[in-house]
Design a protein around this ligand. Structure first.
Ligand code: ATP
Length: 263
């Protein structure tokens, strides 16, 4: 399913946060959003998910404006992995994942065999089967983030929106999550994710969108789009983007200044 933003403006009440946002993410593709704190990534995600209405333009799934979609149909198509947050309720990991089935279970129905099978598959694909009966309030941050991803996968969506899915994860879990993102693309999902680590764009994204003050300042393949000049303009610090032959890709390396130096 192709998830697209067309001449989109985002915001809250009278406040415009993002404007002139346009992209399309096709099945099997990942778009990575990079941009400084507060530039409007989460606001864009809320708009893509239909949680807040666009201020202008539209969000489409396979060309259809989602504003006209019933909530349930939208929830069956697009899943959301929110930024990691503390667990408030002592649900088990399996129960959390089962919540991802809500849009597929009738109002007065109980979860059936297909729902439990989807939960088991989601947990297994993330290596979480052994944690199924653990209580969310007793998980590490990394385990909880993986459980949130399991909840999204149990939903069996066609598109996935992930808000900083690797924030607060250690290197092992970060790598596992990025590997899963690649797999999900291979399974034909359209993935939009945000991150504060530009290297993630080189690792999993087909295209990267650089965002500043709510607008997309550049969009394209990571190799062409992530340049030292653009990153310096975006983050206000000097950054090198060398090609590393051993890795077969570029990496992003900030250089630390001493007091008094300007970028
Ligand atoms: N509910 C809200 N009502 C009004 N303004 C909001 C609301 N939520 C966020 N904002 C403002 O919108 C702007 C963009 O915030 P947003 O959370 O989208 O940024 P972000 O790029 O996701 O940031 P970060 O990288 O820090 O998560 C900020 O100026 C923020 O203060």
């Amino acid at each position: 399913m192709t998830l697209a933003a067309e001449a989109l403006a985002t915001g809250y009440g009278d406040v415009i946060v993002g404007r002139d946002i346009a992209f399309a993410v096709r099945p099997g593709e990942a778009l990575c959003l990079l941009g400084p704190n507060g530039c409007g990534k989460t606001t864009l995600f809320k708009t893509l998910l239909g949680l807040i209405p666009p201020k202008a333009g539209r969000v489409t799934l396979d060309g259809e404006d989602i504003a006209r979609w019933p909530r349930r149909r939208l929830a069956q198509a697009v899943a959301y992995v929110p930024q990691a947050q503390a667990a408030l309720f002592p649900f088990t990991v399996a129960e959390m994942a089962l919540m991802g089935r809500a849009a597929r279970i009738g109002l007065f129905e109980s979860p059936g065999a297909a729902d439990h099978a989807a939960v088991a598959a989601a947990l297994a694909s993330l290596g979480l089967a052994g944690l199924a009966e653990r209580v969310a309030t007793e998980l590490s941050g990394g385990e909880r983030q993986l459980a949130l991803i399991a909840r999204a996968l149990a939903q069996e969506p066609k598109a996935l929106v992930m808000d900083e899915p690797t924030a607060s994860l250690d290197l092992g879990n970060e790598t596992r999550v990025l590997e899963r993102v690649r797999e999900l693309k291979a399974r034909g999902l359209a993935v939009v994710l945000s991150t504060h680590d530009p290297d993630h764009a080189f690792l999993v994204a087909d295209r990267v969108a650089l965002m500043a003050k709510g607008g997309i300042v550049a969009i394209g393949p990571p190799e062409e789009t992530i340049t030292p000049d653009r990153l310096r303009a975006l983050y206000g610090v000097p950054v090198a983007v060398p090609y590393v032959p051993e890795l077969g890709r570029r990496i992003v390396a900030p250089s630390l200044r001493t007091a008094g130096e300007t970028p």
